[in-house]
Design a protein around this ligand. Sequence first.
Ligand code: F1P
Length: 352
Amino acid sequence: MNQPGRHTYHEIVSQPEAWQQALAAARAAQPEVAALWKGSRAVPVVFTGCGSTYYLSLAAAALFQMLTGRPARAIPAGELLLYPEVTYLEAAPAVLVAISRSGTTTETVEAVARFKRADRGPVVAITNDGNAPLAGTGDLILAIPAGQEQSVAQTRSFASLYVAASAFAALSAGREELVHAMERLPAVGDRLLHKYAPLAQETGEMTALDRFYFLGSGPRYGLACEVNLKMKEMTLTHSEPFHFFEFRHGPMSMVGETSAVIGLCSMAHASLEQAVLDEMHALGACTLSLGEQGTGVAFASGLPEEVRNVLYLPVLQLMAYYRALAKGLDPDNPRHLSAVVHLDARALGRRD
Ligand code: F1P
């Protein structure tokens, strides 16, 4: 009998290998990336995906704009179909970065098709399947097959795509030294998975906790959204992501003895972010901080803050895995979900 969660566990603990392939793919594409940005710096860059890969787009767009100084935003692919005018200015040029594990999600593939039909500009495809439809429509393709997985909920795939997107942002900014520094990520990821597996299991098995809040700001907000989705998909737990300061403006009313507040903490604003966690702890919450140093989960990576954000993922993915098992659930097969959402593209975005 298949042990519940065996695929999810293997995918989480093996992900540093996929990070390595993501970096190799980005480095190999360096000349194409440089050529992509010969044009105007004012051309907006739109990152898109669905669910996990929309959250990835949020994180990637924030990092891309911080590093390159080019305007970037993240829009769910479905919204590009329903309300393109909210994103695109009539005939103005743009660059579209489409992110997809499968490369077959209808909304994402259709959003790219319409972008190309409108001749808006180049498409960058970041995917775990270089043979799927999305890759066939990209002008620049970053494919990371090592990130492919059996499980429905993205873990290894997400992290590999995020590493590729981060390296893409660094190369787009001409910051090759950041990509070189990223070469150390897989070893740090392996170390964190070994060192903090007990903490992930201990926290995951605290089934008295009935709600989780994940706090992240700047380039980490999209990652807070993603780990929040893991908690929902794998463990059927009420959970929500917030920007750090936003949590005080109402949501903190929900904090009590059965809530967990988990901070994806930066070094740049460590004391301000830790202050939020301390206030929630005083209200009875179980709090956990992750970051480079001085935190409950300490990376001790020595890497620049811009390119170590993937390190927030493994321990929190593992925590969701253990919580699912503690609740008698199978994280490999989340309730109601399928690995890919396929729709009738002809019916999407029609103003009914
Ligand atoms: C995206 C997706 C997500 C969902 C889950 C499974 O597919 O369907 O919407 O949250 O993570 O993957 P893809 O376009 O990345 O293949």
